[in-house]
Write a protein that binds this ligand. Structure first.
Ligand SMILES: C[S@@+](CC[C@H](N)C(=O)[O-])C[C@H]1O[C@@H](n2cnc3c(N)ncnc32)[C@H](O)[C@@H]1O
Length: 305
């Protein structure tokens, strides 16, 4: 399968995840895996993968969760599906290096791919299900891959608050995620502030590509619980639970700023502007990295029999 062949249903996302966005995630796969690692306990506790289970990992990226799933399904197997060729290259290399025999990967769009029918006991996703053009169609398609009574478990970001302090998003395109109380999470407040400061203090520079901005916008597509329920109309026993997790963005504030700037190729800032940018992350600096609390939804559902 080639990326040209899978581009029909979600062409912009296919382009982004095989272009600058995918290249950045592939180059920084270890950082992203650590950043999202705070979701693993929540995801895997709910997925309750048994030793004989057949697991489908939707939007598996570099396969961090596919490998965890394969280890848990020691007598079964895990298949990661993703539209990003560069991320699947990393996933395959990491899986071979770790010597995990029962994990495999497929380049495919989960919204339309002809999965084998009823071939999986559980489908999981750590933030890989927000990018579909048609969520209901995608979840129906994934449902057909699950056996009757099979489980769907995923985590996705909580709502995006349009207005934080100045009511604007910054250059990075980030807005703020709200928690149960409606207050922006530490992570989204910091990212929104960083975006604003980058514009104000650092001045004009290279801007994120249109594909990168489209991807960041899509991240929020399932942030409203009503949308999630709507998208999962083909399932039963749907639960949507708020969970607060800690995301590790970097080793130090300096390292975090380097990482943030690396998301826009060619973006540089003058030394005098850097201090203000690093200050954004200083309140969250600990001996074990820059740690910020973020709100996500844990979603579970069952394919009707
Ligand atoms: C935010 S990343 C998460 C990656 C991975 N789940 C992790 O936790 O590291 C989203 C992933 O979803 C993938 N993706 C986006 N749209 C997809 C689709 N229609 N079918 C399959 N994967 C998709 C992207 O290529 C990307 O790897």
């Amino acid at each position: 399968m080639t990326t040209e062949k899978i581009a029909a249903a979600n062409s912009r996302q296919v382009r982004a995840w095989n272009g600058d966005v995918g290249a950045h995630w592939a180059a920084h796969h270890g950082r992203f895996d650590r950043m999202l690692g705070g979701l693993n306990d929540t995801l895997f506790e709910a997925a309750a993968i048994g030793a004989g289970d057949r697991v489908l990992d939707i939007g598996c990226g570099a396969g961090g969760t596919t490998r965890v799933a394969a280890r848990r399904a020691a007598h079964g197997h895990a298949v990661g599906v993703d539209i990003s060729a560069p991320l699947l290259d990393v996933a395959r290399a990491r899986t071979a290096a770790d010597g995990i025999p029962n994990a495999a990967y497929e380049l495919a769009d989960a919204q339309v791919h002809a999965f084998p029918a009823a071939a999986y006991d559980v489908a999981i996703s750590r933030g890989g299900v927000m990018f579909f053009a048609d969520h209901a169609a995608a979840f129906e398609n994934i449902g057909r891959a699950l056996r009757p009574g099979g489980r769907l478990v995923f985590v996705c970001p909580q709502p995006v608050e349009e207005a934080v302090e100045t009511g604007e998003t910054g250059e990075t395109g980030e807005t703020a995620h709200t928690g149960e109380t409606g207050e922006a999470s530490e992570e989204s407040r910091a990212l929104a502030l960083f975006g604003r400061l980058l514009e104000e203090e650092a001045g004009p520079g290279e801007q994120p590509s249109a594909d990168a901005l489209a991807t960041r916008a899509a991240m929020a597509s399932l942030s409203a619980p009503d949308r999630i329920h709507e998208a999962l109309a083909a399932y039963k026993d749907v639960t949507v639970t708020p969970v607060s997790i800690e995301a590790v963005w970097g080793e130090t504030p300096q390292d975090t700023v380097d990482f943030m700037l690396s998301r826009t190729p060619g973006r540089a800032v003058a030394p005098e502007a850097r201090a203000a940018l690093e200050d954004v992350f200083r309140p969250y600096a600990t001996e074990s990295g820059v740690r910020m609390r973020a709100g996500v939804w844990l979603v579970t559902a069952v394919r009707p029999s």
